[in-house]
Design a protein around this ligand. Structure first.
Ligand SMILES: Nc1ncnc2c1ncn2[C@@H]1O[C@H](COP(=O)(O)OP(=O)(O)O)[C@@H](O)[C@H]1O
Ligand SMILES: [Mg+2]
Length: 205
């Protein structure tokens, strides 16, 4: 009988490890440079990322400008990815968008994006992270709000997670995302308030 050492990684295990390393490094490459450093984060964000039994499926990080919402969210996406890959061999897809870029991409007259295809992509992604949801000075048109509704409603009915950062609460963004999206976000998400002073010491977000 051939001797099989416990230390010898079996082929499937090393292929899996390689896939995980690949996915982690692709996510790292897509992360804006200032958000790459590992940081400690609010316990509610950490619990969401590792999907602890008591954690909500989706997370809405709120708090004043400069309190650390975006840094927390990027760190949470890294931990979510690692936790996800510990349970499955499938590499999850993560869509990360600044709200302003998203609303622009979902304009009916945007020639760089096929809004319908993008809507489908954002409905299906394993995780949708939208940064600074209330940042737009001008609210999206009704047409764009309808695409947002399609995205969020599909995720809502299928229990797919979203990660949102926003300096106001879901009840205060109806004029931006529409009543129906604001209402679904309020129901889907655990709301975590980050407190503290502006860490940027006075600069704008
Ligand atoms: N956990 C942290 N530890 C140290 N500095 C942090 C941390 N989180 C954020 N910062 C710093 O705080 C500032 C604001 O962070 P950011 O995430 O952009 O805030 P927000 O998204 O709430 O406006 C940045 O200068 C960042 O370097
Ligand atoms: Mg931010």
């Amino acid at each position: 009988m051939p001797f099989v050492s416990d230390d010898e990684p079996d082929d499937r295990e090393s292929v899996l490890r390689e896939r995980i390393e690949d996915a982690t490094s692709r996510h790292y490459d897509r992360t804006p440079v200032i958000y790459r450093k590992p940081i400690s984060i609010h316990t509610a964000a950490a619990a969401w990322a590792t999907q602890d039994a008591s954690a909500p499926a989706s997370l809405f990080l709120t708090g004043a400008i400069g309190v650390g919402k975006t840094h927390t969210a990027w760190e949470a996406t890294r931990r979510w990815l690692a936790a996800h890959m510990a349970h499955t061999s499938r590499i999850p897809s993560i869509e990360t968008w600044r709200s302003t870029a998203l609303f622009d991409a979902l304009r009916h007259d945007n020639r760089d994006w096929d809004a319908k295809a993008l809507t489908g992509q954002l409905q299906r992604a394993d995780l949708l992270f939208i940064d600074d949801l209330a940042a737009a000075r001008v609210s999206p048109t009704g047409w764009t709000q309808e695409r947002l509704y399609e995205i969020f409603d599909e995720r809502y009915i299928n229990g797919r997670p979203v990660l949102i950062t926003c300096d106001v609460l879901p009840g205060q963004i109806s004029h931006i995302v529409g009543d129906r999206v604001a209402s679904r976000l309020g129901e889907m998400c655990g709301i975590t308030l980050l407190e503290g002073a502006d860490r940027r010491t006075g600069a704008a977000a």
